[in-house]
Design a protein around this ligand. Structure first.
Ligand SMILES: N[C@@H](CCC(=O)N[C@@H](CS)C(=O)NCC(=O)O)C(=O)O
Length: 214
């Protein structure tokens, strides 16, 4: 059986978990924190989560895992068949990660773990966010899904990026992504109805509660 290593507060972990559920895979979740444990480094070379273990070995890097999931289950597609549209989904996935996820992630230490955050860093992150949001607004379709009429991996990546990253952006910078990305609010409401997303979120919320001390 497939094994998914990580923990359910991680947005990257939840992107993969939602994809596995959406595709109807049976899988075991193995709770692991990222880090330098040699046993985990043998599976995930950077010690990062998620890591997917299959019969042949382990795979890391969320976008690579998602592509692998697609390769082994093409009968329930989460990527379009047409090459150009496939590329546009991948462009949206990569842009979401580079220009939203990794930008917001610079605030995680301060927002979730009490690290200091100076005004210079806030301004720098805010300026990067301006560019990222403008770029995403050019790519996002919301017709009704992120890349068009069908649910794709771009939706799963965007959903977990804007829910966790958006929280960090709001807390640290006082900016609401839903006010800056037209259509985001309606799309989030649509995604919230998806049973795979709901299942992932139940576990996420329980884990978050435990992490915050009940
Ligand atoms: N590039 C990786 C990033 C995954 C990642 O950053 N995961 C976080 C948890 S949400 C992690 O493992 N952080 C620990 C670290 O950066 O050392 C991917 O696409 O899977």
């Amino acid at each position: 059986m497939l094994k998914l290593y990580g923990f359910p507060v991680s947005d990257y972990y939840n992107m993969v978990k939602a994809a596995l559920l959406e595709k109807g895979f049976q899988f075991e979740e193995v709770m692991v924190r990222p880090g330098a444990d040699p046993n985990f480094l043998a599976k995930s070379p950077m010690g990062k989560i998620p890591c997917l273990e299959v019969a042949e070995g382990c795979i890391t890097e969320t976008n690579v895992i998602l592509e692998f999931i697609e390769d082994i289950s093409s009968d329930l597609p989460l990527l379009p068949a047409d090459s150009f549209r496939r590329a546009k989904v991948r462009e949206l996935m990569k842009s979401t990660e580079l220009y939203l996820e990794l930008v917001a992630r610079q605030l995680f230490g301060a927002v979730f773990f009490g690290a200091p955050l100076d005004d210079q860093t806030k301004q720098a992150v805010s300026a990067q966010l301006d560019k990222g949001v403008a770029a995403l607004n050019k790519l996002l379709q919301f017709k009704p899904y992120a890349a068009g009429a069908e649910l794709t991996y771009a939706d799963l990546m965007l959903y977990y990026t804007v829910t966790l990253g958006g929280m960090a952006v709001e807390k640290a910078l006082g900016r609401k992504l839903a006010d800056e990305i037209p259509g985001l609010g309606g799309w989030l409401a649509l995604m919230d109805q998806n049973p795979s997303i709901q299942a992932v979120n139940r576990d996420r919320d329980q884990a978050l509660k435990a992490m915050m001390g009940g």
